[in-house]
Design a protein around this ligand. Sequence first.
Ligand code: ATP
Length: 144
Amino acid sequence: AIHEIVRKMQPLADEKHINLFFVKQESVIIRADIQRIKQLLIILIDNALKYTPGNGVVTVKVDGEFEKNKIRIMVRDTGIGISLTDQHKVFDRFYRVDRARSRDSGGNGLGLAIARDIVNLHDGELYIESKIGEGAAFIVELKK
Ligand code: ATP
């Protein structure tokens, strides 16, 4: 099902000349609200495409064997990255790192707040691995 979501984002990636990859180890079935997980992935992939310049790479990876009772979904990009200070703030409602710059890429700073709500609703975890200028990875851990 996740593959389908990634496929739907392909035209947006093409438009920006970004390579969008889907990597999957093995099929896993989890107990989750599929509509909400879909919304969560769209937010993360949409952001990755938004904050990655042309010719960049966005990779969506699903790891079902990462821990016995957990699966991990990672959305990684080669974009502008997020500083450590901002990593603590981007999940806040209406927070945007660079208001002036992000204005023309649209959005209102709600996406990641919603993403965090969805993950919390599933009793999961959502965190960032990033360095400024070196891309960002959003990691979701959900119970199997
Ligand atoms: P929208 O509500 O449409 O998603 P938004 O992208 O501004 O708008 P969030 O998704 O909540 O809002 O993201 C908050 C801020 O976090 C963004 O404005 C951006 O500065 C930063 N951000 C989010 N994802 C990334 C990313 N993949 N790389 C770099 N910065 C990011």
